[in-house]
Design a protein. Sequence first.
Lengths: 168, 557
Amino acid sequence: MNRYTVAVLVNNQFGVLNRVTSMFRRRRFNISSLTVSETETSELSRITVVFDGDDAGKQQLINHLYKLPDVCSIKEFSDDNSVSFELLLIKMKNETKSREDIRGAADAFGAIIVDYSKDYMMFRLTETTKRIDDFINLMREFTILEICRTGSVSLERSSTTIRQIINL
Amino acid sequence: MLLSGADIIVKILIEQGCDTVFGYPGGQALNIYDSLYAHSNEINHILTAHEQGAAHAADGYARATGRVGVVFSTSGPGATNLVTGIATAYLDSIPLIAICGNVPTTHIGTDSFQEIDITGITLPITKHNYFVNDVEDLADILREAFRLAKSGRPGPVLIDVPKDVQIAKCEYEFQPAVEKEEPFAAKNDRINEAAKIINAAKQPYIYFGGGLITANAQAEMLALAEKIDAPIGCSLMGLSAIPTDYPRFLGMQGMHGHYTSSMAMHNADLILSLGVRFNDRVTGNRQKFATGAKIIHIDVDGSELFKTVDAVCGLRGDVKLTLEKLLPMLKENKKPEWRVKVEAFRQEEESCLDKREGLTPRKVILILNKYLGENTAVCTDVGQHQMWAAQNLNFKTPRRFISSGGLGTMGFGFGAAIGAAFGTKERSVLVTGDGSFGMNLNELATAVRYNIPIVILIMNNGVLGMVRQWQTLFYNKHYSNSVLERKTDFTAFAKSFGANGEAVTTPEELDEALSRAFRAEGPYIIDCKIDKDEFVLPMLPPGGSMDDIITNLEVEQ
């Protein structure tokens, strides 16, 4: 099993996310993270999908995605050629005995306090998936109330863009 | 011209050259049907007994003509009844447009009466589908749908039109019919590579499928076969592309294919594959499939390359244009030794042909062959009769064998035969079994109403023959729910619907019945009794390879 990150540029229309994710379902790929947003033009949306699988299946999936009329282009990312980040919000129980330890760990990871009350603290962390996993694992020593993370967003390390490969 | 959405639908169909649609009206399609009423001198609507029949008819029409088939239905159950028909067309890459009515946009998402999310349901079985929100988008969507349906690898497209969009008005301007996307040849470096492999081959074999017919590349394929001295075989979907009696043609291959073509493919050192997708029914066990052969695969759909078998060379492009470029790069080459080998396979096949007396399945089809004209479309349902027809029918013209290959839809044939008769404007033939025929025999009402000449040949064995064959061979003769035990009198059934029919039990009776059926004005049923323990042979057992082929079977009663 390998982990893949693929960006799919699509027409910004209702139902298009369903068409794309349905292709993953049909090939029985489990999506581990998914982000969708409008792009530099409102006509196009960008879907970033992280999933596990094998090479042949992944290639088959990409070939099939290309057949969807709403798919404009697809780009596959590797750690070497891209920058990927995700955003974590994490809510921790605020207790005297653990307060300083949690804040110390958050400082070490660069997580910022975005809300604070006598019962809880909320941190924000923008980091790579690996670093976010590490931070969450560290927080498991204390009392996690709730977690929400966005999934990866990725861009290629170069001046070329995903739009330049439209209509392969 | 200010027109309603419903009028725009009909106008665009006319503009796109569609003269016949199949369908069934209903509450949310009333406006469309009102427009059909107004344009009944320009467009012909065929009312079927059931929407499934309409979908198969539009599909049969498309297969017989190469044009886009069109089917109408209302919302809800009308739309869901199309689903099997759309899926059948999808699996066999048939250009089809389905237009469904739906509840008004104000009611969408409220579980209104006869509301269904048909675009959601058909997502995995259409090339694309549309929900029309605004009448201003309607004309463009319809034209785009035609372009998509017939471009590249064809397929079905569904358009869901809510009732208020059918009523709303907007400006319509006539446009000429959309062209399909310009086909392209495979890349030159790939063609060079393929040419090298072909020129080095000693035992080449050409395997083509439905894609060859879509690309209309028969002449190029035959020129290539002559040049490199290669035998030819095809998948079920390729049948009728070239005349059955073409000397190099060895017939269909695969699970129930001809021994000669399957053996030639198995022994080849090169398989040149044109417009095929290496279905499991063709390859058997993929690990043991043609292990000694290099595979060159040409297909317009790049996602088919390397999908199920490892080709050494995959060429994405139009088969015709690619072969045109490939041909001049090939060396003229005679392969007498390969010919001798293939001839030996042919003689082996000849020796195990079914030559029994009486009304054997092979005999039924051979007698039918005598009556087929150059232009007669033969449609089938799915099961043993389909394989017997595929093995023994004599084809002369492309698009004259119409069968559900990919989805294997029992109940496909009758609708398809109705569509094919409208498409060819000639008598069509339905070869079916009593099981398959039972699924959509309601369409006899349609055939009678429009007085469509269809010869319906039911190979009646009282069982679900293919299921029984598997139960005999692999399930210890546990005939679980495959014995029909019905008391249907197909002759009386024909008469009750206003058609004619007769039952036959001997080759002579069949011959005479066919001579009456092929002169009949409307549909004519021949209830042809065959034995329940006939087998389709040869047979590649599931998961087996050519080494496991069964050519002869004596089953104890």
